[in-house]
Design a protein around this ligand. Sequence first.
Ligand code: COA
Ligand code: ZN
Length: 309
Amino acid sequence: MPGEHVRIYEVGPRDGLQNEAVPIPTAAKRRFVELLVDAGLREIEATSFVSPTAIPQLADADELLRSLPRAEGVRYPVLVPNVRGLERAAAAGADAIAVFTAATDAFTTRNIRMTIDESLAAFAPVVAEAHERGWWVRGYVSTAFGCPYTGAVAPGRAVEVAGRLAGIGVDEVCFGDTIGVAVPDQVTELTAVADRAGFAPPAIAYHFHDTRGTALANVAAGLAAGVRTFDASTGGTGGCPYAPGAAGNLATEDLVYLLDRSGFVHGVDLDKVLFAARFVAAQLARPLASKVGQAGGWDPSSGAPTGRA
Ligand code: COA
Ligand code: ZN
């Protein structure tokens, strides 16, 4: 519906960068986040307080989070896998976290070395402690549409895990298409199954990867079903070392273009996102992978592209 509000939850600094092999200086990460704030993004998943052996790129989480500009209405959720991570996040000034499990044991075992049951048992005290501190908590269900180790995932399975995350008190659940295998009909179906289980569409978030070029089509299906929160990564970077083949997140610039031209309100400036996307591409020394990153936006009054260097 034109005029309706859509939340864009930026994951570039975390999901986008976590799998990059070349170490990116902390100052460049901070600059990237500053550019995202300047572009109007208000929820920016900044980093992860996980084992530095598991994710070496984000080993500077403590220093980075401490150094980020605090602005009214801007939230920097950080990934936390255990109480140790929560304590580190607290010391660095966090006020929002994300815990992350998955729809399959095969994936959680490789990613966080716990079964789904074990992960929920580990997260319960983390979520309780976060709420005691007045923090906001998201819970991810990764591999919600398919797993790199066991294949197809039934929607009921992903929704069951979401229900258990809600049971330990998370404020929002996000279904992740970690390896980018979903197609729009599956999004429609998962949204309906979630709705029947008590998750109304406006209460859930989707996290799509564009690995096979279906991410924007999946967003369109989510929008049609009433979902109003989508994750995206400026520059379209992204991947998980424990999810082989999980290339690029949905690019924020591609999402913003779709939402703008469809009349949704989101508060994010496309030209400024494109500027931030070029900044991150320069850091990674490679061209932008996103479509709008290559073509620019479009000014319907003149017909000319916008936001290009
Ligand atoms: N922060 C920093 N270091 C941590 C940590 C945290 N939150 N949690 C554990 N560690 C360290 C331990 O001190 C230990 O270090 P050592 O080897 O130097 O002694 C090491 O990590 C292993 O700790 P352990 O408690 O045995 O955990 P594990 O080996 O079972 O791993 C996780 C579990 C969850 C800590 C680890 O798998 C992890 O961080 N995974 C994150 C994966 C990820 O972020 N994936 C991408 C997101 S989808
Ligand atoms: Zn992801």
